[in-house]
Ligand binder design. Structure first.
Ligand SMILES: Nc1ncnc2c1ncn2[C@@H]1O[C@H](COP(=O)(O)OP(=O)(O)O)[C@@H](O)[C@H]1O
Ligand SMILES: N[C@@H](CCOP(=O)(O)O)C(=O)O
Length: 319
């Protein structure tokens, strides 16, 4: 469920007066998504997505995210293009929130990713990295390694309510990851949350990359590690090296990885598993029963973390 803020017909009509995208033909809330309120909007000019940014998004950061999408779309990456109002603004108030209209991207996200999805996914990720290179602005990755210990501490003793001993196990694992974390690797703009539900496919090809609201300036190879976690484990949580090989092959068809990046894949992948484990754990503990958001189980990311702490080199990922 992701319509937290209702938009009345009158409020929508008033909002659209500032834009040059015709009259409303259809308007409905989108059930998918977690963070923001999303509406599908059809006007006489075409299909769009209306997003109202909810409380977890810092309004001061929105121009960076929208600027990145605009930059990538201008380089032909299939990502949403923010629509500007007649006065040039792409962020405007609506129903007590800040809102943006972006272009609608066709396609559906893969419910069961296969190796055939992973190769184009890898290539699209590399294209994103290359295309973002001259987007000069920097955004610190708030959910990068410096943020993990504070997040774990905020979970406190409650982690052990999810599984006895989990708090200590994560603290020890985190020490190991932070000790080995690379000092420097090629870096630039990364998506940082390119899960299957953020990638649309049409006729076997990628037709959309969405949800740039965790994007940041960080190691490119960390973004690959996020995707290895999100795309290359089976439902039984076994690692599928055929998928990771396809993902890395697709990536390298556009941007070859350096030796240091390859060597860092085990620790980067453990770090990426830790990042999603911690945000899920925090939400698991802090989301009240009956809340609109569906909590995501943190434990599958613990299983992934344990896998990555046993890998030793890039060959374990099919590189
Ligand atoms: N540009 C877009 N084109 C088509 N559908 C979109 C677009 N942006 C969002 N959606 C739809 O809205 C849903 C939620 O979007 P998402 O950005 O993942 O929300 P959240 O940030 O709240 O998790 C997506 O699963 C998709 O169905
Ligand atoms: N991908 C994250 C959650 C973020 O949700 P999104 O709908 O904004 O992609 C996870 O799976 O924990």
């Amino acid at each position: 469920m992701a319509v937290y803020t209702e938009v009345t017909d009158d409020a929508l009509a008033g909002f659209l007066e500032a834009y040059d995208i015709g009259r409303v033909v259809a308007f409905r809330g989108i059930a998918e998504g977690v963070e923001n309120s999303n509406y599908s909007l059809r006007t006489t000019a075409g299909d769009f997505i209306l997003t109202l940014y909810e409380k977890r998004v810092d309004p001061a950061e929105l121009p960076w995210f929208l600027g990145l999408m605009e930059h990538l779309a201008a380089k032909s990456l299939p990502c949403p293009l923010p629509v500007r109002a007649r006065d040039g603004r792409n962020l405007n108030p609506l129903a007590g929130r800040i809102a943006a209209i972006t272009t609608f991207l066709p396609g559906i996200w893969p419910r069961r990713p296969t190796a055939a999805h992973c190769a184009p996914l890898g290539a699209a990720l590399a294209r994103l990295h290359v295309a973002g290179a001259d987007y000069q602005a920097e955004r610190v990755n708030a959910l990068g390694p410096a943020g993990w210990r504070p997040l774990l501490e905020r979970c406190g003793d409650s982690a052990d309510r999810v599984e006895p001993g989990l708090g200590d196990a994560l603290a020890a694992s985190l020490d190991g990851i932070l000790d080995q974390w690379p000092q420097s690797l090629p870096r630039g703009q990364i998506h940082a949350d390119l899960f299957p539900d953020n990638v649309f496919f049409l006729d076997g090809a990628i037709s959309g990359l969405i949800d740039f609201y965790f994007a940041a300036t960080d190691f490119f190879a960390y973004d690959i590690a996020v995707c290895l976690n999100a795309w290359c484990f089976e439902a039984d949580l076994s690692f599928n090296i055929t998928k990771s090989h396809a993902l890395l092959r697709g990536y390298q068809s556009v941007r070859p990885l350096g030796a240091k990046e390859g060597a860092a894949l085990p620790v980067l992948s453990a770090g990426a598993a830790m990042r999603f484990l911690l945000t899920r754990l925090y939400d698991w503990i802090n989301t009240p029963d009956g809340a609109l958001v569906t909590r995501k189980d943190p434990m599958p990311y613990y299983r992934r973390l344990r896998f990555h702490t046993q890998t030793t080199s890039a060959t374990d990922y099919g590189l």
